[in-house]
Design a protein around this ligand. Structure first.
Ligand code: FAD
Length: 410
């Protein structure tokens, strides 16, 4: 009799999803019983290119500034190290999830439709941004390159730019564009001497950087001024409109309108959960996940959620680097228990994940400066520069190739 194949299906192959697949293939699969059921990993993602989106604010100003950063990595190449009989990369988009029959429907890039049964499922579809250049939800390298080049030429030509948002992405974007176009203030001055463009950041709140204190907001404001960026507080963009002369009219919630050559929305993210049954989503559209075990309890056994799409987290790489090994430890326990009997549950305690609550963020503001918070304290500049300003961690390729996970606690 041919042994059954237990499919482990991973949806989304960015920082979280590719980590899951590599950890499974490196550390879990070798430890599963060799007798009985076989295992096969399906990793589903719309594009075969991993986009190191942490550095996208710098790429948005000018791709030439990212020469020391590996912005793109080929996902299938990163998985060539494993036995092809146990791994398949599916270039496609999950369009439906049936938790009763344990099936995922995928629209493949080649045009056909695939229905994949799963024994275990990991949802890692992350979030999308309003500005495509900041999003990992891309369908091809070519599309991504077009988006970046189009943005670069619009930045270069603009005399006035408005960026909406007050979080880290908006501050990073404004800083990168500001320094690229205007340069930086010299000694004894607060503003660049010959600015080429008027760059304005419109923050909806009364301060910048929501999770950090007021002092960090003031620090960010002064660094932005240094590269010729003005910040307007407590004002929200309501809508935008293309004017006949090619400029963009930005309508604000106080009834006024501003005009600019380039408008970039950097006002937060939306979860990529259109394919997930509504009953599994919270009121904001994130997947309801157990905050300790990272299982999606309402979806049946062996269903997990990791990364920004989960309700358990406020997002970020530091957080998912902690969460993924916890989820994978629990998945391994589930798989070992269910190897002979799919209804069997593991005995003993799960590994419990704990949210990282401390105020820790590193934020480049241009190509030479930045601010850093570690557990609420200011980091010295040279540390922020070393860890992030110089190359935005340059870690995308480590996730895509799995080198990030050669060692892990599983
Ligand atoms: C501009 C910007 C800068 C950032 N900088 C930092 C930083 O410096 N430090 C930090 O800690 N965090 C940073 N973040 C946050 C960080 O990028 C996220 O935490 C991280 O991307 C989350 O990874 P993820 O794998 O959960 O989801 P995502 O990176 O959002 O990836 C989701 C993946 O799922 C795929 N997908 C979506 N829908 C489907 C579907 N239906 N079927 C199949 N695949 C699908 C997408 O194409 C994508 O590949 C930044 C975010 C932004 C926007």
């Amino acid at each position: 009799m041919t042994p059954t194949t237990n499919n482990v299906v991973v949806i989304g192959a960015s920082y979280a999803g590719s980590s899951v697949a590599h950890i499974f293939l490196k550390h879990i699969h070798p430890e599963l019983p060799k007798k009985g059921a076989k295992y096969h990993v399906y990793l589903v993602n719309p594009s075969r290119t991993f986009y190191h989106r942490s550095a996208s604010p710098r790429a948005a100003a000018s791709f030439d500034l990212t020469k020391n950063i590996k912005m793109f990595s080929d996902l299938p190449s990163g998985f060539k190290q494993y036995d092809p009989n146990i791994f398949t990369f599916v270039r496609g988009t999950a369009t439906a999830l049936d938790t009763a029959r344990r099936l995922v429907r995928v629209d493949c890039a080649e045009g056909d439709e695939l229905v994949i049964p799963y024994h275990a499922l990991v949802l890692a579809t992350g979030t999308s941004t309003y500005a495509p250049i900041l999003s990992t939800y891309q369908t091809s390298l070519e599309e991504l390159q077009r988006t970046i080049l189009d943005m670069n030429s619009r930045v270069k030509a603009a005399k006035s730019i408005i960026i909406a948002g007050g979080g880290p992405s908006a501050v990073e974007l404004a800083g990168e564009i500001g320094e690229y176009l205007n340069g930086a203030a010299g000694w004894f001055s607060q503003r660049p001497s010959k600015p080429r463009a008027k760059v304005t950041l419109i923050a909806g709140a009364g301060k910048l950087l929501p999770i950090l204190g007021q002092g960090f907001s003031e620090w960010a404001d002064s660094l932005l001024q240094r590269v010729g960026v003005d910040v307007i507080y407590s004002l929200r963009t309501k809508s935008t409109e293309q004017a006949a002369n090619g400029t963009t009219l930005v309508h604000l919630d106080d009834g006024t309108t501003m005009e600019c050559d380039l408008f970039v929305p950097a006002t937060g993210v939306r979860p990529n959960t259109a394919f997930v049954p509504k009953t599994l989503l919270n009121e904001k559209g994130y997947i309801k996940s157990n905050e300790s075990t990272l299982r999606v309890d309402e979806a049946g056994p062996r269903v997990y959620c990791v990364g920004d799409v989960g309700s358990y987290t406020r997002g970020g790489l530091i957080d998912l680097i902690e969460a993924v090994p916890a989820a994978m430890t629990n998945l391994k326990r589930d798989l070992l228990a269910a190897h002979d009997d799919p209804d069997a549950k593991p005995t003993g305690p799960d590994e419990l994940y704990k949210t990282i609550a401390e105020e820790t963020q590193l934020i480049p503001v241009g190509q030479t400066r930045g601010l850093g918070a570690f557990c609420g304290f200011r980091l010295p500049y040279f540390m922020t520069y070393h860890f992030k300003v110089k190359d935005y961690f340059d870690c995308g390729h480590e996730f895509a190739s799995g080198s990030r996970w050669v060692k892990t606690r599983i």
